[in-house]
Design a protein around this ligand. Sequence first.
Ligand code: FAD
Length: 433
Amino acid sequence: MRTTTVIVGAGHAGLAMSRCLTERSIDHVILERGEVANSWKTERWDSLRLLTPNWQSRLPGYGYEGDDPDGYRTMPETIAFIERYAEVIAAPVRTNTKVTSVRLEAGRYTVRTDQGEWQSRTVVLATGACNIPQIPALAEAVPSTIATLTPIQYRNPAQLADGGVLVVGASATGVQIADEIHRCGRPVTLAVGAHIRAPRVYRGRDIEWWMDAAGILDERYDAIEDINRARNVPSLQLAGYPDRRSVDLNSLTAIGVKLVGRLAGIRDGKAQFSGSLMNQVARSDLKMNRLLDTIDEWAAGSGIDGEVAASHRFEPTRVEASPPLSMNLGSGEIRTIIWATGFRPDYCWLDTPVLDRKGRIRHDGGVVDAPGMYLMGMQFMRRRKSALMDGAGNDARDLSAHLASYLDGQGAGSRRARGPSSRQNHLPDIATP
Ligand SMILES: Cc1cc2nc3c(=O)[nH]c(=O)nc-3n(C[C@H](O)[C@H](O)[C@H](O)COP(=O)(O)OP(=O)(O)OC[C@H]3O[C@@H](n4cnc5c(N)ncnc54)[C@H](O)[C@@H]3O)c2cc1C
């Protein structure tokens, strides 16, 4: 089978690219190993809500028009939102089609799948940034009496054995899971490494509203001094709770969660924690205050100061002066460990030599280091918001323009889809709850 562009992955990023290619009459197909919105259907825990407000899921030609723009979508709502997008843009998705190899041969891509082979001139990799949970090597030393879970395996507290839980990692995933499990009656210890504290609401507005309005989320990859570092910054400590409460280390200790430093090693059945907890939280408070300073400066400069609540600062994070530096994992106190230590993409199926020595794709703002290959949905790929739903639109517009000129440069008279309907070419903008 032949097409001009193969998009791999039918999450919101692949769909946003599809919509932009359709607008340009570029013939394409989306190959998806599961169903549309597969990651949200199969890899998220039950109670998860988006931490971005409803208004902040603007996709090309599609957005939120319900009566709760400041609310946070549940998983079923998120899935329905993405499924509806695929429907209204008439996305050419082939579901249950797993891509097993992408190879560049004589200027064309051969895309092998478990449902046959495709030939294309261009490929868009939209397979997501969070395919594989990152588990530290020290996990191998966890005693066999303790169950271990990744956030992709975790569904709800009922699935855990009675008894204590050690959650490793205190970014968005770790703090939300720690909060939920502790509230359900299992005592939680949280191992805290580098993290970024952020209030849900500041000066009466959602923190995401501030970062959007002040242009922070639109910062470009080529305007950042150390982009590799920026791409590895952990997610903000945020949750989309309906009551808009913040989740941070203070809120967790207030309900009884015990904080320890970063899990640094496991020896002879003993977990060893770094003594840097105090420094970690001080650094995190400092970063939060810098963010709030930037917001305040923008508010003063933009004339919005009078419309919002007064500037203020939050109570510093409280930690014990001498938190425990070790814990006997054989004592029965801890029955489960959850690795909330981040995610990484999976490119084991990609046979094009575009990975660097750390296994990351070599690309310049999503233009991959292979002719006609593009990337979507990675952390800070073109903009700070690239991995968020709200970031896919601008990235897809930029990269589809690049892809179109790449095809034109190749004299690709054939790039126009044969007879795309005018309905597909001039899709109306859609708003949906
Ligand atoms: C816990 C968590 C919470 C998040 N919360 C938010 C939030 O509140 N707001 C927000 O904007 N973003 C959030 N994100 C980030 C981001 O929106 C998601 O990671 C999102 O799923 C990324 O969209 P995507 O389209 O790039 O990738 P995905 O949604 O992961 O889509 C990739 C698709 O590719 C398919 N695929 C993978 N490999 C293959 C293959 N070999 N062949 C065929 N198909 C393949 C997958 O099945 C999947 O459907 C969150 C992420 C996580 C992990």
